[in-house]
Design a protein around this ligand. Structure first.
Ligand SMILES: Nc1ncnc2c1ncn2[C@@H]1O[C@H](COP(=O)(O)OP(=O)(O)O)[C@@H](O)[C@H]1O
Ligand SMILES: [Mg+2]
Length: 409
């Protein structure tokens, strides 16, 4: 007798249906929900920059506590209102239409990018912000939500405007010196050329004296070119221009100076870079300034010029001028693009402000980015399509005109 009884050998494991599922009570669910909600609020409230979530009709679903500090609205007060309450001008009326058009066509250039924008605070004051918007598709819902993150850049803009008006004032003062520089430039160039021709026919001592004189005159020429550019309106002459040829021309023209500093320049232009709409002479001036800066700083052996067209973003051509020199001195880093900032004995401090003026006139940006060679790397971004006529939010949001082939398909 084994003691197990007659049915013991017939025992079968219970089926999945017979096993009762783990018991989840309402209390558990409520606790989980409460935890998830408090986590959600903690994340939103922890945001230093204002964050606003809207639904596909522009209605604000939630906002971070920081909207209070920056926009003057309480987060709860904003919930349920249309996002257009934060907008100004025509956009206030038009934003719903943009959203509807985006949902119908899927076309937008605002999503996934950072744009300049203005927000009207509760007290009516208009502030400058940078806005990044992302689409989020929640599981189980057919409509997307949009999460906008704002950064208040009013102070930065204000400082930039003050600087711009100072530049204008300087430009006005420079107007007269520009005329003078223009008058002097041609004779100086002629004297320079004549000196070089005569120097070849003289003895070594006289040649040294004349070369020194020629060098001083050349610097005067560079300074006068800079003064002329700085003082006069730029009046861009825009043409579609192949970048490989442009870079080659610039390096060729700079070769005497580059080789006098024993610098080796490498060039890498990506094959897929489209020809941007630019003023060839002005962008040559920008690249020349950056190249000369790279070698004039001293201790530079390698300079690299790279050009690429990143697939993401609005469609930019990106130039990078990189060197293996000492990098930007901390004493000038903060005000690098301000006029008359220089660490060189014979510097004018006009090269970089001129670069910025030319680049911004093209609708682009210039920044210092991380150097791959260990020195300083300047990055110039230019929109392939040339300077945008009207860089406002509506233009970025509005879907482009549908072409006839797209319309018929
Ligand atoms: N590639 C570089 N490496 C290190 N410092 C640089 C570089 N380019 C510019 N700078 C710094 O920025 C300053 C301002 O440059 P710029 O506006 O062209 O005027 P300038 O060349 O007449 O000094 C330079 O004096 C230098 O200190
Ligand atoms: Mg310079």
């Amino acid at each position: 007798m084994d003691g197990l009884g007659p049915d013991a050998t017939d025992w079968q494991a219970p089926s999945a249906d017979e096993i009762s599922p783990p018991v989840v009570t309402h209390t558990d669910l409520a606790e989980q929900l409460a935890h998830s909600q408090s986590l959600h609020h903690a994340v939103l409230d922890g945001m230093l920059d204002p964050v606003v979530c809207i639904n596909a009709r522009g209605i604000i679903l939630d906002a971070s506590r920081s909207v209070g500090d920056v926009f003057g609205y309480d987060a709860k007060e904003l919930t349920g209102k249309n996002i257009s309450v934060l907008m100004t001008g025509d956009l206030r009326q038009e934003h719903d239409g943009y959203l509807a058009r985006y949902l119908a066509t899927g076309k937008t250039t605002i999503l996934g990018d950072t744009r300049q924008f203005v927000v009207q605070r509760k007290d009516g004051e208009v502030i400058d912000v940078e806005l990044s918007v992302n689409r989020v598709d929640l599981p189980g819902t057919s409509e997307p939500i949009f999460v906008g993150s704002f950064r208040d850049v009013t102070e930065r803009r204000r400082a930039r405007r003050a600087e711009t008006s100072m530049l204008r004032a300087l430009a006005a003062i420079g107007e007269s010196s520009a005329m003078l520089a223009h008058e002097i430039k041609n004779p100086v160039t002629a004297v320079n050329l004549a000196l070089r021709a005569v120097a070849d026919k003289l003895g070594e001592d006289e040649q040294t004296i004349l070369e020194d004189l020629a060098y001083r005159l050349r610097r005067l020429e560079v300074q006068m070119r800079q003064t002329l550019t700085f003082a006069k309106p730029l009046d861009l002459k825009l043409v579609r221009c192949g970048v490989a040829g442009l870079v080659d021309d610039t390096i060729l023209a700079c070769r005497p100076i580059l080789s006098s500093h024993n610098a080796v320049v490498s060039v890498d232009v990506a094959a897929d870079v489209p020809p941007p709409l630019i003023d060839h002479g002005r962008i040559d001036e920008v690249l020349t300034n950056l190249l000369l800066n790279a070698v004039e700083i001293g201790d530079v052996r390698k300079v690299s010029v790279r050009v690429e067209a990143p697939a993401t973003g609005r469609g930019d051509v990106v130039f990078k001028v990189d060197d293996d020199g000492p990098g930007i001195s901390p004493s000038v880093r903060e005000k690098l693009f301000s006029p008359f900032v220089t660490t060189k004995q014979e510097g004018t401090g006009l090269g970089l402000p001129i670069c910025r003026r030319i680049v911004e006139e093209h609708g682009g940006t210039i920044d210092v980015v991380e150097s791959t060679l260990g020195g300083a790397c300047f990055e110039v971004r230019l929109p392939v399509g040339g300077p945008p006529d009207k860089a406002d939010f509506a233009e970025y949001l509005a879907p482009p005109e549908t072409s006839s082939s797209e319309a018929s398909s």
